[in-house]
Design a binder for this molecule. Structure first.
Ligand code: SF4
Ligand code: SF4
Ligand code: SF4
Length: 279
């Protein structure tokens, strides 16, 4: 059965109240909520290579109406984000129906991980002074000592125009009060925002949450290699807690409910080479 008929059935059988997918309007494919009242709109339901954090929209709707049953188009990244939102109690898995589709749709392989998608191309100046989008973390560490890596990150962070695009697009940034808008942590009125605090706050909040969808990097108008940063954070989380965000509905090591920590931290594999032990 094609997707349009699947959605139609879900709505008519009242299994869902709204279906969040994509619709083409005037040549633009944008996220849209399809409902029983406007079934004819399903004719414009469209699957392309556009990617939006649909699950973030679902979480927003669920916050307003906890009883709402939501259907959603789910590529691999959407499924990983949904898992994360379930574990952080931002969505109720019993109120969400997914229709799984091929990733992106990927020319590489059906249901490919977004990690296989090509990185943005990198200009010469960025390659020489900053961090290339296609950098491999291991090679990056081998090729650059600590102070070089630090200055490259500072170059990247100093381009930030504090547009909040990375936070706004991120499917797993959901706080009602965001630390990045807390004047005591990040003073308002400065551009670039306090470097590197602004970025380190967000990176530390993404530990155990980032599902490597790459939307933040795609959205960043200043070409900051945010995906690299968050992948590195994930690598540390994985080495300490053996935890991969979004791969299932196991709670993140940072979801501490109650007054007892139940997880046992492992020795940290920070791979922090110092100037002293570098030959
Ligand atoms: S890649 Fe970026 S947008 Fe996607 S989950 Fe991680 S931090 Fe959020
Ligand atoms: S940056 Fe941190 S505080 Fe702000 S929405 Fe994301 S997780 Fe929440
Ligand atoms: S999207 Fe880029 S420029 Fe905008 S706040 Fe995030 S890091 Fe800064």
């Amino acid at each position: 059965m094609d997707i349009v008929h699947q959605v139609e059935q879900l709505l008519e059988q009242k299994k869902i109240d709204i279906f969040i997918g994509y619709r083409e309007i005037d040549g633009h494919v944008i996220p849209h909520g399809f409902t029983l009242e406007n079934l004819e709109e399903l004719k414009s339901l469209k699957l392309g290579d556009q990617r939006y954090a649909l699950e973030k929209m679902a979480a927003g709707l669920a916050r307003r109406d906890k009883a709402l049953k939501i259907g959603i188009i789910a590529r691999d990244c959407n499924n990983r984000a949904l898992n994360t939102l379930f574990t952080w109690n931002q969505l109720d898995p019993d109120k969400v129906e997914t229709i799984t589709v091929n990733c992106c749709p990927s020319p590489i392989t059906p249901h490919a991980k977004c990690s296989l998608l090509s990185p943005k191309s990198t200009g010469i100046y960025k390659r020489e002074n900053g961090i290339a989008f296609d950098s491999d973390p291991e090679t990056f560490k081998k090729d650059h000592d600590n102070s070089d890596r630090f200055s490259r990150w500072m170059y990247e962070f100093s381009k930030c125009i504090k547009c909040y695009g990375c936070r706004n697009v991120c499917p797993v940034c959901f706080c009602s009060e965001c630390s990045l808008e807390n004047d005591e942590l990040v003073e308002s009125g400065n551009l670039p925002p306090d470097v590197p605090i602004f970025h380190l706050i967000r990176a530390s909040h993404m530990a155990g949450r980032c599902i490597d969808c790459g939307l933040c990097e795609e959205a960043c108008p200043s070409d900051i290699p945010l995906r690299f940063l968050h992948r590195e954070m994930n690598r540390i989380v994985s080495s300490v807690f053996d935890y991969q965000p979004g791969q299932g509905q196991t709670k993140s090591p940072f979801t501490i409910l109650g007054d007892k920590v139940t997880l046992t931290p492992q020795p940290m594999d920070m791979d922090m080479e110092t100037e002293e032990n570098r030959e």
